[in-house]
Ligand binder design. Structure first.
Ligand code: AMP
Length: 279
């Protein structure tokens, strides 16, 4: 696996290994501290691409909480081993001066798509995501790009970005990979204490319970109310939102017609966890 830190070197390498442009390239952008969820994205990329590129860059512009940014886990040597084990060809590992030599002036706005869920609670988060993803798409210019369902709203925003800016890239959304307990894998999980880890499956169990309640004909507003109360009485969680939304517009729904996305964000101490299921 080649490890590349500059845009110029990356462009030179990609044009030398893909001279005729016939090879398909698959791209997986990440912030590192890789786990099986990330590696599953890379395995999917490997299935349909001749050249697989992963980027690791902890993007400061998408953090609205400086302590979350400062404490974001970095496990580079382990990450490289994982990437090699799944046959990644190129690791792009830029520094901030390469990606953001100056403070960008451009501002993305995604209207109603970002006024809910994560966008509502993390102001400017999706502006930072769209900025870095646009830059990486321009730098890597892949045929395919892979994202996780765990960040469902992020995927919706990137779909919109690709459409609005005519990126010639096919997007893939990969199912959430979970621990046996049901906890969605996340780089932030490694900051949970043993006690927090023990109670963490509660999040996924609440998503499953909401799904059951909806199947039994309960109204979304009642389901949300009931689950919020269960979070309120749980000593280890502080709920930020529990929402039942339209799977494309992401707006809250009062009835389930063509499926829905059930999403949750909750704090365990300082660690903010998110999860969702599509129904
Ligand atoms: P991150 O490093 O957190 O920015 O994540 C990089 C990519 O991996 C994003 O597209 C995430 O949605 C995806 N991802 C993170 N956790 C998981 C998971 N448990 N299952 C599947 N994809 C994931």
């Amino acid at each position: 696996m080649k490890v590349i830190t500059t845009i110029q070197e990356l462009k030179t390498l990609l044009s030398s290994i893909n001279k005729t442009g016939e090879k398909k390239t698959g791209f997986v952008p990440t912030m590192g501290a890789l786990h099986e969820g990330h590696l599953t994205l890379l395995k999917e990329a490997k299935k349909e691409s001749d050249i697989v590129i992963c980027s690791i860059y902890v993007n400061p512009t998408q953090f609205n909480n400086s302590s979350d940014f400062d404490n974001y886990p970095i496990t580079l040597e382990e990450d490289k081993k994982g990437l090699i084990s799944v046959g990644c060809d190129v690791l792009f590992l830029p520094e901030t001066k390469e990606i953001f030599p100056d403070k960008p002036l451009i501002n993305f706005s995604f209207g109603k798509l970002e006024s809910v869920l994560e966008g509502k609670f993390r102001p400017d988060h999706f502006n930072g995501v769209a900025l870095v993803v646009s830059k990486l798409f321009n730098i890597v210019s892949p045929d395919f790009a892979y994202f996780g369902q765990k960040d469902y709203q992020q995927f919706a925003i990137i779909q919109q970005l690709v459409k609005d800016l005519s990126f010639q890239i096919q997007l893939r959304c990969v199912n959430t990979v979970r621990e046996e307990s049901g906890l969605a894998m996340s780089s932030r999980n490694m900051r949970l204490t043993a006690k927090q880890l023990e109670s963490s499956p509660f999040i996924y169990n609440m998503l499953l319970k909401a799904n059951e309640d909806l199947k039994n004909g309960e109204k979304p507003s009642l389901v949300k109310g009931g689950i919020s109360q269960l979070f309120d009485i749980h000593p280890d969680f502080e709920l930020e939102y529990f929402e039942i939304s339209h799977p494309s517009t992401l707006q809250p729904v009062e009835t389930i017609e063509n499926g829905a996305i059930i999403s949750v964000a909750a704090f365990m101490g300082e660690i903010r966890l998110i999860d969702n299921i599509l129904i």
